[in-house]
Design a protein around this ligand. Structure first.
Ligand SMILES: [Zn+2]
Length: 339
């Protein structure tokens, strides 16, 4: 084993045996924004051998204040976050195998995404995906680590199906859209991202090396500005919980899914095709070039129409910035990409 990990091996609780376990571990990172980028960097440096990174978005200049893996050139090129992360990780630790997926995590793909992973880390920015992830992980007995940060406060909890309460045991109902502050409405500072991500990754390392007696088994809450820390001890799973008690997977089994979503206060709407698809970006670019000017890279095509900017990905999704009106976004999608 190379000297790269010598200080981590000296740490008794990991040791040589733990390091070997890390090198063969597989972790799914759901979302590669502020939390996800921190998870990816810490896990890659620690030598977690296989990372599957899924993210639906591209790098913007507003991300650079807190999303540590990304550079100005990534934002200038509008590189998808999953791709930018993979490229940067290869420079940090070339021994790590990274699968980068530019995709929205939804009902149709969440079970295949978690399949084969030892652990799932939550780096998303919305409850819709977290409840879906909770359903999928409880159903398949996968451990996942919830994390969220906004403004100067954040929270995390480790969910081991059958052993600890699940997300729904604690938060029975999903908060109403617009009821919680988001990074785009309340802002966010880097130190809380680092705090929550560090707590999540510490738990991840304990799980991957098998040191489960050291897990915090709590709902941890931090406020780095108000200097508050709370540790609420978790009890047993709630037998009445819909998800882990009754095993009713409402989010996974939902008959219809909303495939357009207003992106968290960003003045942008995402439109996704109703089933997984792949589109030929080159053909699309040629078609659109006749109508309006466009920019493209290997992973996306982007153009403006009226006051909006449309970014189309290879999986058929589009993010329409400059509007939060779903019908405007839908009609642009139909007009340029096809309904
Ligand atoms: Zn539960």
């Amino acid at each position: 084993m190379n000297e790269r990990y010598s200080r981590q091996i000296l740490f008794r609780e990991i040791g040589r045996e733990g390091q070997e376990k890390l090198l063969t571990s597989r972790v799914l990172l759901v979302g590669c924004g502020a939390l996800g980028a921190s998870h990816a960097e810490m896990l890659a440096r620690a030598g977690v051998g296989h990372l599957r990174i899924v993210d639906r978005d591209f790098v913007e200049f507003t991300n650079l204040q807190r999303q540590t893996l990304f550079k100005e050139s990534d934002a200038a090129e509008r590189l998808p976050k999953a791709i930018a992360a993979k490229t940067r990780i290869a420079e940090i630790n070339s021994e790590i195998d990274v699968k980068a997926l530019i995709a929205d995590v939804n009902r149709s793909n969440v079970e295949s995404l978690i399949d084969g992973c030892d652990l799932v880390l939550d780096g998303t920015d919305n409850f819709q995906v977290r409840y879906l992830l909770n359903d999928a992980c409880v159903k398949h007995g996968k451990t996942w680590i919830y994390g969220a940060a906004v403004s100067s406060y954040g929270t995390t909890m480790t969910i081991i199906p059958g052993e600890t309460p699940c997300l729904r045991c604690i938060f029975d109902e999903m908060p109403d859209a617009g009821s919680s502050p988001t990074c785009d409405t309340a802002g966010v500072i880097m130190p809380i991202i680092a705090t929550v991500a560090a707590a999540q990754v510490a738990e991840a390392l304990k799980i991957l090396v098998g040191e489960t007696d050291s897990l915090h088994r709590s709902l941890l809450q931090f406020d780095v500005w108000a200097n508050d820390r709370q540790r609420i001890k978790l009890g047993e799973p709630n037998p009445d919980c819909k998800t882990c008690g009754q095993r009713i997977f409402e989010f996974l089994d939902a008959e219809a899914q909303e495939f357009s979503a207003v992106l968290c206060g960003r003045n942008a709407v995402q439109i996704a095709p109703p089933k997984p698809t792949s589109i030929n970006l080159q053909q699309l670019a040629e078609k659109i070039r006749n109508i309006t000017e466009l920019k493209q890279n290997k992973y996306l095509v982007r153009f403006t129409s009226g006051g909006t900017e449309v970014t189309v990905f290879g999986d058929g999704r589009a993010i329409i910035s400059g509007t939060d009106d779903i019908s405007t976004a839908r009609s642009l999608y139909a007009r340029f990409i096809g309904s």
